[in-house]
Design a protein around this ligand. Structure first.
Ligand SMILES: [Zn+2]
Length: 388
C-alpha cells in the first residue's frame, strides 16, 4: 500500500505540471496517461473532440464484460488568473502534510491515485473490469464527458457503477443539483438619450428581465423544503456578468447577461427557463416591438448538467458506501459528471479525496492523508472486483 501512495504523489506532481486550464489543450496530459497505461500493457481509447485539441481517455483493465466499475475524473482545471498564490500553481509543493497546486483537490489527486493503482489492479485476477474514464472541459459545463458516454455504455461491457472522484473528503455523495446556464441578449433601438420615446433601451429591458429572475429566486426561497438535504434547500438562481451600452447620452442598443439556475433533482428542470421565455414573449416583446420591429430578445443555452437523482438504498449505493466504509450518504449543491452518467443509465456516485472548500481557490491543496484514504478505498474496490 505505501507503494501506491508514493507513486500517487509522484503521478500527481506530473499531472499538476500540465497546465490543463479548460481553455487550453489537455492532450499532453492524456498522452502521458495513455503512455503510462501502455507501459502497463493497457491500450487506452483516446477520444478527441471535433477540434482535436482536447480528448477524453477510456481504458479497461481486466475482462471485457458487463458489471465493471468506472473510476471517473476530469483532467481540466479552473484558471489561476488574478489569484494570489504563494507558490507556482503548476509545480506540486509539499508542506505540512499538504500538497499544493492547481487541481490537487479538483481533481487530479483522484486521477493520480487511480493511475497509481493500475499495477495492483493488473496484479489480480479481476472478475469484472475496472475502467478509467478521464474527461476534458468539465469545469466549463461537463462538456467532454458527453463524448465518453458512447464508449462507456457499450452492450456486453456496460459497467454497473461509476465513481466520480470529485473532492468529497471521501464521503459518498448520491445526489446533487443540476445546472442550466444561458446567455440572454437584448437588441434595442439606439436614439438620443433625451428621446426615450424613440428608442428601446436594451440595458433597461435587461434590468427588467433580471428583476424577473430575482422574483423567481425569491419564490424558490419561499418554497424551500425544510427537510431538504441540500444547502441551500431550494433551486438557486444567479445572474453573472452583464455588458451593455456605449455612453450616457445614447440609448443602449445592446445588452447581454449570463445567468443560471441550479434545480433540485426533484424539480422540473425546464420550468424556470420556460417561465422566463413566457415573460419575454408575453410581457416584454409586444411592448418593445411597438417601438421597433427589430427589437429582439434571444436566449441561448450555455450548458446543462443533469442533476444526480438519489437512489437511496439502491444496491450500488449500498456497495459503494460499504467500500468507502460509511453508512451515510450526502448531497452537494455543485454539479458533476455523475449526473451525466446517471442520465445515461449507469448508476453513479461522487466520492473522492480532498475538500471542495479548497477547490478553485488560490493555494489549492490536498492533504496527503486524503490521498492515502483514497488509495485504501481503491484497494477495497479492487478486492470487490477481484476473484477470491
Ligand atoms: Zn471538479
Amino acid at each position: 500500500m505505501p507503494n501506491s501512495n508514493t507513486s500517487a504523489v509522484e503521478l500527481l506532481e506530473k499531472l499538476v505540471a500540465f497546465d490543463t486550464t479548460s481553455r487550453n489543450s489537455n492532450l499532453e496530459l492524456i498522452e502521458f496517461a495513455s503512455d503510462y497505461l501502455a507501459n502497463h500493457g493497457i491500450e487506452a481509447e483516446v477520444i478527441h473532440d471535433d477540434t482535436r485539441a482536447k480528448a477524453n481517455l477510456y481504458a479497461t483493465l481486466g475482462p471485457r464484460r458487463d458489471g465493471g466499475i468506472v473510476l471517473s475524473g476530469h483532467t481540466d482545471v479552473v484558471p489561476v488568473d488574478g489569484q494570489d498564490w504563494d507558490t507556482d500553481p503548476f509545480v506540486l509543493h509539499e508542506s505540512d502534510g499538504k500538497l499544493f497546486g492547481r487541481g490537487t483537490a479538483d481533481m487530479k489527486g483522484f486521477c493520480a491515485a487511480a493511475l497509481a493503482m493500475v499495477p495492483e489492479f493488473l496484479s489480480r485476477n479481476l472478475e469484472v473490469p475496472i475502467h478509467l474514464a478521464f474527461s476534458y472541459d468539465e469545469e466549463v459545463g461537463c462538456i467532454g464527458v458527453h463524448g465518453l458516454i458512447p464508449h462507456v455504455a457499450v452492450p456486453g461491457i456496460t459497467p454497473k457503477a461509476v465513481i466520480v472522484g470529485e473532492p468529497t473528503s471521501m464521503r459518498v455523495v448520491n445526489a446533487h443539483k443540476g445546472i442550466r446556464a444561458f446567455r440572454t441578449t437584448v437588441t434595442g433601438l439606439e436614439a438620443h438619450s433625451s428621446a426615450t420615446h424613440k428608442g428601446v433601451n436594451a440595458v433597461m429591458i435587461a434590468a427588467d428581465l433580471i428583476g424577473f429572475l430575482a422574483r423567481v429566486a425569491e419564490e424558490e426561497i419561499a418554497s424551500a423544503k425544510p427537510d431538504s438535504r441540500f444547502d441551500p434547500p431550494y433551486t438557486s438562481v444567479n445572474v453573472g456578468p452583464i455588458t451593455g451600452g456605449t455612453a450616457l447620452n445614447i440609448i443602449p442598443k445592446h445588452c447581454s447577461f449570463v445567468w443560471e439556475y441550479r434545480p433540485l433533482p426533484e424539480a422540473e428542470e425546464n420550468e424556470i427557463f420556460e417561465r422566463f421565455t413566457r415573460y419575454v414573449d408575453d410581457d416584454i416583446l409586444p411592448r418593445i416591438m411597438k417601438v421597433s420591429k427589430k427589437a429582439a430578445i434571444e436566449s441561448t443555452a450555455l450548458s446543462r448538467v443533469p442533476p444526480l437523482v438519489p437512489e437511496d438504498d439502491s444496491s450500488i449505493e449500498t456497495l459503494i458506501m460499504a467500500l468507502a466504509g460509511t453508512n451515510q450518504s450526502f448531497t452537494v449543491s455543485y454539479g458533476t459528471e455523475a449526473g451525466v452518467f446517471h442520465e445515461a443509465g449507469i448508476p453513479a456516485v461522487v466520492c473522492g479525496p480532498g475538500d471542495i472548500m479548497q477547490a478553485h481557490r488560490p493555494n489549492e491543496f490536498i492533504a496527503v492523508s486524503q490521498i492515502e484514504a483514497c488509495t485504501e478505498f481503491l484497494h477495497r474496490v479492487l478486492d470487490h472486483v477481484a476473484e477470491n
